[in-house]
Design a protein around this ligand. Structure first.
Ligand code: G16
Ligand code: MG
Length: 209
């Protein structure tokens, strides 16, 4: 029996994935890089500098580290403008019910987002108090698909990884869960999330059995 569940944030609980997409698209096109939904799929769950590197790999220009940092900062400022208006109305369908069902079942609940804006987003959504532990992305050395972030959440929840399951919308996120030795619930397209143990279309379809 599972003793803990560890959720991803962006694309699972709320659609900030859309805001990341818009912010990266503006940056990419300003740098002469074609950017579409298919490219964006590879960025989901990838941390900020990692995402920037993937985009700039297709740029005709070359960049110093200082220029890269400036671009990442500009993207984040644009992203923060986009998320500034978020409220509990931005919770995805089924998200609160899923969290409450896990709580009612006695599971510990963690959040494993590589976003450095995760605490702000949780507060805007009004759900910070629903988690027993939220990983601070600033303390994670290796982003998804490395298992570090899911292992850290399990450790802090005091539950062995084998007794945890993770919930993720990203290819890199599902890979991170599996590398951590956990059961993986994918949220989205089963053809994209082929490594997940089970795939549901959204949290409205979440059931604990
Ligand atoms: C999220 C998104 C990624 C984003 C990353 C870093 O991860 O999926 O697209 O690049 O956070 O976000 P920030 O720039 O806000 O630190 P997750 O793990 O919540 O899916
Ligand atoms: Mg995600």
């Amino acid at each position: 029996d599972f003793k803990a569940v560890i959720f991803d944030l962006d694309g699972v609980i709320t659609d900030t994935a859309r805001y990341h997409y818009l912010a990266w698209k503006r940056l990419a096109e300003a740098e002469g890089v074609h950017f579409d939904e298919a490219f964006n799929e590879h960025l989901k769950g990838i941390d900020r500098m990692g995402s920037l590197e993937l985009i700039l790999a297709s740029s005709p220009r070359s960049y110093t580290d200082a220029q890269k940092l400036a671009l990442a900062t500009a993207k984040n400022e644009h992203y923060k403008e986009l998320i500034a208006t978020m409220t509990p109305a931005d919770l995805l369908p089924g998200a609160v019910d899923a969290l409450d069902a896990c709580r009612a079942a006695g599971l510990k609940i963690g959040l494993a987002s590589v976003s450095r804006n995760a605490f702000t987003v949780l507060d805007s959504l009004g759900i910070t108090g629903k988690f027993d532990y939220v990983v601070d992305a600033g303390t994670i050395a290796r982003g998804k698909p490395d298992p570090e972030i899911f292992l850290k959440a399990a450790h802090e929840l005091g539950v062995p990884p084998a007794d945890c399951f993770g919930v993720e919308d990203a290819v890199a996120g599902v890979a991170s869960i599996k590398a951590a030795g956990m059961y993986a619930i994918g949220v989205g397209d089963p053809r994209v999330l082929a490594q997940a143990d089970v795939v549901i279309p959204d949290l409205a379809a979440f059931a604990l059995d």
